[in-house]
Ligand binder design. Structure first.
Ligand code: MG
Length: 158
């Protein structure tokens, strides 16, 4: 049996924070603000995995009121999410994601993000696809006020 899930997340860009996407620390003048490391890609991905396995959402499992998750690497959240998916009897068929950011250029970092995510989820890199796009300077992303990410995942029963 197959199950599909989608995830979406946004974080605000601010000064004085690191920009971490897919667990990669990307040099930039602004970083993403949030309770954890604000890795929008990992957060969207976790939500897609939880959605596909019928396990709710990120906030349910890792509430931002819980200091256990304060400042934590979102790769840890991804590993924890994989355990939830596996415990429900599912394995990942493939993942497709899109990061929406006006700046910086993300192409040089896609491979490192892909490796990080594949490792956390215990799957092969060719099951993980990461794309990046701008919004042609339109909207909050275009004004560089924030970065968003979309994720779609297909699971199958083990
Ligand atoms: Mg988030």
């Amino acid at each position: 049996m197959y199950r599909i899930g989608n995830g979406y997340d946004v974080h605000r860009l601010v000064e004085g924070r690191k920009l971490i996407l897919g667990g990669v620390n990307i040099p930039h003048i602004l970083g993403l603000d949030g309770h954890s490391d604000a890795d929008v890609l990992c957060h969207a991905l976790c939500d897609s995995l939880l959605g596909a396995s019928g396990a709710g959402d990120l906030g349910k499992h890792f509430p931002d009121t819980d200091d256990q998750w304060k400042g934590v690497s979102s790769l840890v959240l991804l590993e924890e999410t994989e355990k939830i998916v596996a415990a429900r009897g599912y394995q990942i068929t493939n993942i497709d994601t899109t990061i929406v950011a006006q700046q910086p250029k993300l192409a040089p970092h896609i491979q490192a993000m892909t490796s990080n995510i594949a490792e956390c989820l215990k799957i092969h890199s060719d099951q993980v696809n990461i794309k990046a796009t701008t919004t042609e300077n339109l909207g909050f992303t275009g004004r560089e006020e924030g970065i968003s990410a979309y994720a779609v995942v297909l699971l199958q029963t083990k």
